[in-house]
Design a protein around this ligand. Structure first.
Ligand code: CA
Length: 473
């Protein structure tokens, strides 16, 4: 797209945005009655590659149940998370805001005794908002948004939590050798803590993925009479690669042992999704339950044998392979089955979609960075949901800016590259010379965006030394 086209595109979309903003202020729609409000389930996997679900063309791993979410609703083919690793991406998802606005820009050091090492308490998490509207809320699985008591899920809007607080975990209960999460000294030790229910250690016996699925089903069964919100954060298929014999058996034909174990781990998640969808049917609540499936960042091929399909790069990079993720959503009452949506969307949109559908956006204290996706996927709005999407890797001084046309600028201290991901999904052809004026325009947009962001407020995983010296993050 030439600059003139971008300008007119911008003009029409900013005029529309203005209209939408004005509308938001005069939104006097009443809040839907409790018994008509949708239940909400967000299923997030960890380090699963873009190409590792059937609905994105995966051929060696079967994901029939995850694919049902796609078939029952919409697949977003160009969906992004807000960061290329776990914790910042989850912070963006659960606040609906760029995590750089509040400095949750790193994977945190595991410091259960440090009251400053967590997601700012000035931010409202989606479950906090929903709790105020009488949703029953539960988080299951990986937290990663602060290990200190004041940041733990039950103090951030979740009535119930079952899982662990760090960035990952071992999968077999005989390896849970650390009695409680406060005595784990670092991230590696946090992988071996006992799982807890609201902080009370439990004696788990099941493979972790199956345990999380069991908890999800039990929660749905006991909450089916009222609106509920379930945040199901599987740590699979994040390393370490560990599966059970029964799941491995399904992939005996896969020669690469790493890929075989990875496939088995994804299969365990898929079985879990299957029982969850079946439970919604049994309870008669499937039609008015939103089920969202996504991965928290792209696959790190070297670590877990994941596959990002045709995308360049993987976890930790701002190439498409690091930030574009499998993303599908069903809500039979509102979304037509077998819908495909191809314009860029973001995990930031999840919060905004839910808040707007519940008519409670005006009660959100800070401006959201996402938009309600429903009018876009239902064809009521034809423009792009986002003119621009932004990424910042503060410590590496790397940035990316994506324009709705597909132009994507990569910036670092040592390089500048421009790709058109609409025509060149693999980011092979650097067109920065040919598109100099668009590059300058994208650079200006990035600077404008960054002026609203703040530096990291927490220490990162590889900053133990700075932390010990008591410097400020
Ligand atoms: Ca991750």
């Amino acid at each position: 797209m030439k600059q003139a086209t971008i300008k007119s595109f911008l003009f029409s979309t900013s005029a529309l945005l203005l209209l939408l903003t004005v509308n938001a202020f005069v939104d006097d729609r009443s809040i839907p009655a409790a018994d008509t409000r949708p239940n909400i389930i967000i299923i997030i996997t960890d380090d699963q590659g873009y190409g590792d679900v059937g609905f994105n063309g995966c051929s060696d791993i079967q994901t029939p149940n995850i694919d049902k979410i796609a078939a029952n609703g919409v697949v977003f083919t160009q969906a992004y998370v807000t960061y290329a690793v776990c914790a910042p991406s989850r912070a963006g998802l659960l606040t609906g805001r760029y995590q750089d606005r509040f400095g949750y820009s790193r994977n945190p050091l595991y410091k259960p005794n440090d009251p400053n090492q967590g997601l700012s308490l000035e931010e409202t998490l989606l479950p906090q908002l929903l709790q105020q509207h009488n949703y029953t809320t539960m988080a299951i699985g990986k937290w990663h948004l602060g290990a200190h008591e004041k940041y733990r899920p039950w103090n951030r809007g979740f009535d119930t939590f079952f899982g662990f607080l760090g960035g990952g975990h071992r999968y077999h209960p005989n390896e849970y050798t650390i009695a409680n999460e406060d005595s784990a000294k670092n991230e590696a030790e946090s992988y071996k803590t006992k799982l807890t229910r609201n902080g009370v250690p439990v004696d788990e016996t099941m493979y972790i993925t199956d345990a999380f699925s069991r908890e999800a089903v039990n929660f749905i069964k006991r909450s089916s009479k009222q609106p509920f919100f379930l945040y199901l954060a599987y740590n699979a298929p994040h390393a370490p690669l560990q599966a059970t014999e029964s799941y491995l058996k399904r992939y005996e034909h896969v020669k690469d042992t790493k890929r075989r174990t990875y496939a088995a781990m994804v299969s365990a998640v898929d079985d879990g999704v299957g029982v969850i969808l079946a439970t919604l049917q049994e309870q008669g609540i499937a039609d008015n339950t939103i089920v969202i499936f996504l991965s928290d960042n792209g696959g790190p091929k070297q670590d877990n044998a994941s596959d990002n399909g045709h995308l360049r790069g993987g976890k930790g990079t701002l190439f498409e392979g690091g930030i574009r993720v499998p993303f599908a959503m069903q809500w039979p009452m509102r979304i037509k089955s077998h819908t495909t949506y191809t314009k860029p969307v973001s995990s930031l949109d999840i919060f905004a979609t839910i808040a707007d559908e519940l008519h409670i956006t005006s009660q959100v204290k800070k401006p959201l960075d996402g938009v309600n996706l429903l009018p876009f996927i239902n064809g009521l709005k034809n423009e792009a949901p986002h003119n621009y999407l932004y990424w910042r890797q503060y410590d590496q001084k790397r940035y990316a800016v994506l324009h709705a046309s597909g132009l994507k600028l990569h910036l670092s201290d040592t390089s500048k590259m421009l790709f058109n991901v609409s025509s060149d999904i693999g980011e092979h052809q650097n067109i920065i010379q040919q598109e100099a004026s668009n590059s300058s325009m994208l650079l200006a947009k990035k600077n404008e965006w960054e002026a609203q962001m703040i530096p990291p407020q927490i220490w990162g995983l590889n900053q133990e030394k700075q932390y010990q010296f008591g410097k400020k993050p």
